[in-house]
Write a protein that binds this ligand. Structure first.
Ligand SMILES: [Zn+2]
Length: 74
């Protein structure tokens, strides 16, 4: 399995970004990211109508900011 790394928050700089998943993640995904530090379920529907790029995939545990990092293994 790929090694999961922490992602630093662009708002506050804290290395507290955790995986933000949309829809219905599999148990494998939940286990993998749970072990790596945590996971947030963003909602049932991925916000595909976002005009400003792909949906957020990371949430900051420190300030709550959500953003797309593209650094998570798929
Ligand atoms: Zn933050």
């Amino acid at each position: 399995m790929a090694v999961l790394t922490k992602v630093s928050c662009p708002m506050c700089g804290e290395p507290e970004g955790i995986r933000l998943l949309w829809g219905f993640p599999s148990l494998d995904e939940l286990e993998a990211y749970g072990r790596a530090g945590g996971v947030v379920i963003g909602g049932y529907e991925s916000p595909t109508d976002a005009a400003d790029g792909p949906p957020a995939d990371t949430e900051c545990r420190h300030c709550g900011h959500r953003w797309f990092s593209g650094e998570w293994p798929s």
